[in-house]
Design a protein around this ligand. Structure first.
Ligand code: FCB
Length: 465
């Protein structure tokens, strides 16, 4: 193996999780309900009626989980903080027991030699705030700032790396337009309003973290979609531009450039007058960032119409994305898929890193999520043999290495996920972990992919297979 095959010195190896997906203990020590508790309790929202209990009971088992992170040779762990543990009502009284949990977690991580990377919002909005409109209410952005200040004050002497939001597109559009995530609404104006307030919250939280005076690096974990036109027609190119606008540029242009894209505003002029954007908001949103987190799983292909296409490959008819013309659709390419049905194409990871390196002006990039679900089970020999997952990781990490060699400032990689966990609307049916979890017994088994990743993290070279 040549040195060309090695990741650079100091490249950070991590794994990621999110509070609601792993913690369980949803009523312990004064935690208030979140919108995901409420949503999961409604019939028909989550596959199999699964809820945030028991998840991985990580709230009680975090010492064991940190032991496993050490076995995996991780240098960093990306986790999220549950807002309703810290502020059960969303604002006002701080629940010290909630802070204490993250205090213990951070101390234990540092003791084990791991860098804590904290996400402030991975979708578990306190239910009380939802009752006054959630992210469609402008005040929520200010509550998010205040909550971020509380957390950054409490942990900022030990946590240096912060991500404000995880995937604002999911929180706004999947939650308020497609209705498949909490709070489960289907309303274009709500989705656009929520998106703006999430971005405003990002800007305010960034300022609040820095105002603590603790040394900090602030970024966001963004799921930039890789949108490709299916064919060469002008209609397909137009569909790709429009989808890219509402999936990507509506978030990255305000954050990275301080503007909303003119074509998106024009495309959506009949949906909203954008009066939720107030004077000064874009300046607040456009804070200089220390790094950008990129979450990548799969690319998407779009077409201007389904005419002439194999109907089995087409989806999203009627409303493929917010503001789509009714004829515009998604088109699958017949590539191998994961258990999510997501097509596997590592070239998308290279493309997204290249594009964001260009748009973010040379700040550090981290892959803050990348990984795959497959139908794993514990074999008779006690192991979990998941060669498909190793293939997925290896091919995507080869694309990441190619990006590094091309001069893209990619500084680290977080696998999604450390543990099998509650995969939102799919409940416990989709397993993304490097570590298998038996939800009945809470027994953890490091999968073959976890052992492979441990070798990679130790040597920064691809293990022989
Ligand atoms: C991302 C989410 C993460 C996880 C993965 C599979 O969109 O950020 O919580 O569910 O997808």
């Amino acid at each position: 193996m040549t040195d060309q095959e090695r990741f650079p010195e100091g490249f950070l190896w991590g794994a990621a999780t999110a509070s609601f997906q792993i913690e369980g203990a949803t009523t312990a020590d004064g935690r208030g309900p979140s919108i995901w508790d409420t949503f999961a309790d409604l019939p028909g929202t989550v596959l199999g009626g699964d809820t945030g209990e028991p998840a991985d009971d990580h709230y009680n088992r975090y010492p064991e989980d940190i032991g496993l992170m050490r076995e995996l040779n991780l240098g960093a762990y990306r986790f999220s903080i549950a807002w309703p543990r810290v502020l059960p009502q969303g604002s006002g009284a701080v629940n010290q027991a909630g802070i204490d949990f993250y205090d213990r977690l951070v101390d234990a991580l540092l003791e084990a030699g791991l860098q804590p990377w904290a996400t402030l919002y991975h979708w578990d909005l306190p239910q009380t705030l939802q009752e006054s409109g959630g992210w469609t209410d402008r005040d929520t952005a200010e509550h998010f700032r205040d909550y971020s200040a509380v957390v950054a004050e409490a942990l900022g002497d030990r946590v240096e790396n912060w991500m404000t939001l995880n995937e604002p597109w999911c929180a706004s559009f999947l939650g308020h337009y497609h209705g498949v995530h909490a709070p489960g609404h289907r309303d274009s104006v709500e989705a656009l309003t929520a998106a703006h307030h999430l971005l405003l919250g990002h800007g305010l939280a960034t300022q609040a973290i820095r105002a603590t005076g603790h040394p900090s690096r602030v970024g966001m974990a963004h799921n930039q979609a890789v949108i490709r036109p299916h064919g060469a027609s002008a209609a397909d190119a137009r569909a790709a531009r429009r989808a890219d606008g509402v999936r990507n540029r509506i978030f990255t242009d305000p954050v990275l450039k301080g503007v909303y894209p003119a074509d998106v505003k024009a495309d959506l002029a009949e949906v909203t007058d954008f009066s939720f954007i107030k004077d000064g908001d874009l300046e607040t949103i456009h804070q200089p960032l220390d790094f950008l987190g990129v979450n990548y799983y799969t690319p998407e292909w779009v077409a201007g119409s389904a005419k002439g296409l194999d109907p089995a490959t087409v989806s999203g008819e009627g409303s493929a994305w917010l503001g789509a013309d009714p004829e515009e659709v998604h088109v699958s390419q017949g590539l191998p898929v994961t258990h999510m049905g997501w097509e596997i194409d590592p070239t998308g990871l290279f493309d997204v890193l290249q594009r964001l390196a260009g748009e973010s002006g040379g700040i550090d990039l981290y892959v803050t999520e990348n990984g795959c679900a497959f139908e794993d089970s514990v074999a008779d020999d006690g192991g979990v043999h998941d060669p498909d997952r190793i293939d997925y990781y290896e091919s995507h990490l080869r694309a990441a290495l190619e990006a590094v060699r091309a001069g893209i400032p990619l500084r680290g990689y977080f696998a999604w996920s450390l543990l099998d966990n509650f995969e939102w609307a799919w409940g416990y049916s989709r397993r993304f972990g490097l570590i298998h979890v038996d939800y009945e017994t809470q027994k953890r088994v490091v999968k073959d992919s976890g052992k492979w990743y441990a070798q990679l993290a130790q040597t920064s070279r691809f293990p022989n297979r």
